[in-house]
Design a protein around this ligand. Structure first.
Ligand code: IPM
Ligand code: MG
Length: 363
């Protein structure tokens, strides 16, 4: 009997629906190719859900995500919802999903496909063959710390504040993930902090060093976040696994994405709970929504990660990566990665090309 899985699809806002539609086609090909049964449910999230129900993360959406074997998310947010209360913003849905599902570990691989070496804004020899992984803590730190808010004192002066806080357990469990994945890679972890200024991240460093005692076979290095931002453009190939906090990881992974040619290329997996959530690292790009311009490859590659990490079918990830590599070699490019002499295609046509490659792939 074929294996069965429940997948919740949350297209979201902006280009979210366009890129998830292509990723869903890829899922269907894998389903028939690998003789699986995928039951998909599609639900609103973010601004789309706010419009439909008044809440960015309705109960039905959260419950479906909780019950699924895996969740695929497009993107949330847009200018339309920028002035509404923080608690109702589309982004709250994403943070709510991450924390309710216990997804504390965010893996963001930045891998340069051979065919895209020249799409990066950096020189070929700086990025050629680059393969690094950002392990970002996802349910703690300044994103979730209390107290937070904006308040006005008796004299009418306003003050805005957030709290950077990490418990020992939160640091240890994400460090364990980083060391474990490093063991399957080049056995090098660089932990990023701002230990020279922020006590909380000095403590982060201390706990990472303690956790490392069980991983003598993995090399551990520490770097301040400002230096890391610089090293990523100077010599990114020095990194294997970058372990870092929620906010530093948000920033550094956007930076790392440009090494690969475009933010439209970076997939992600959020793990730690009973299931996983998969999403491109890019946002909803409202300026290009509905134009068939968006690059669907980050979302398609996220499907590969879903099969590998949540469904336990690693072969599917290899098939997806190979199909993406093949369409890039054939010269297909969305506008974000377009260069001279290549063939410009839209979101759907890029999906067509990947589907075609996958259908003819041997497995
Ligand atoms: C990301 C995004 C989110 C984050 C936003 C949309 C809440 O930038 O996944 O990187 O900051 O985590
Ligand atoms: Mg981000």
């Amino acid at each position: 009997m074929s294996q069965q899985f429940n997948i919740t699809i949350l297209p979201g806002d902006g280009i979210g629906p366009e890129v998830t539609a292509q990723a869903e086609r890829v899922m269907k090909v894998l389903e028939s190719k690998l003789d699986l049964k995928l039951k998909t449910s599609e639900l609103p999230v973010g601004g789309a859900a706010y419009e439909a129900t008044g809440k960015p993360l309705p109960d039905d959406t959260l419950n479906s995500a909780k019950e699924a074997d895996a969740v695929l998310l497009g993107a949330v947010g847009g200018p339309k919802w920028e002035s509404i209360d923080f608690s109702l913003r589309p982004e709250r849905a994403l943070l709510g999903l991450r924390s309710s599902l216990g997804l504390y570990a965010n893996l963001r691989p930045a891998k340069v496909f051979d065919a895209l070496v020249d799409a990066s804004t950096l020189k070929r020899d700086v990025v050629d063959g680059l393969d690094l992984l950002v392990v970002r803590e996802l349910t703690g730190g300044i994103y979730f710390g209390q107290p937070r808010g904006v308040e006005t004192d008796a004299d009418g002066r306003r003050r805005g504040f957030n709290t950077l806080v990490y418990t020992e357990d939160e640091i240890r469990r994400i460090a364990v993930i980083a060391f474990d994945v490093a063991r399957k890679r080049n056995k090098k972890v660089c932990s990023i902090d701002k230990a020279n200024v922020l006590e909380c991240t000095g403590f982060w460093r201390e706990v990472v060093i303690e956790t490392h005692k069980d991983y003598a076979d993995v090399e551990l290095e520490h770097m301040y976040v400002d230096n890391c931002a610089m090293q990523l453009v100077r010599n990114p190939k020095q990194f294997d696994v970058i372990l870092t906090t929620n906010m530093f990881g948000d920033i550094l992974s956007d930076e790392a994405s440009m090494l690969t040619g475009s933010i439209g290329m970076l997939p992600s997996a959020s793990l730690g709970g009973k299931n996983g959530m998969y999403e491109p690292i890019h946002g909803s790009a409202p300026d290009i929504a509905g134009k068939d311009w968006a690059n669907p490859l980050a979302t398609i590659l996220s499907v590969g990660m879903m099969f590998k990490y949540s469904l336990g079918i690693e072969k599917a990830n290899t098939l997806v990566e190979n199909a993406v590599e093949a369409v890039l070699k054939l010269g297909y490019r969305t506008r974000d990665i377009m260069s001279e002499g290549q063939t410009e295609v839209g979101t759907q046509a890029m999906g067509d090309a990947v589907v075609k490659e996958l259908e003819s792939a041997e497995c």
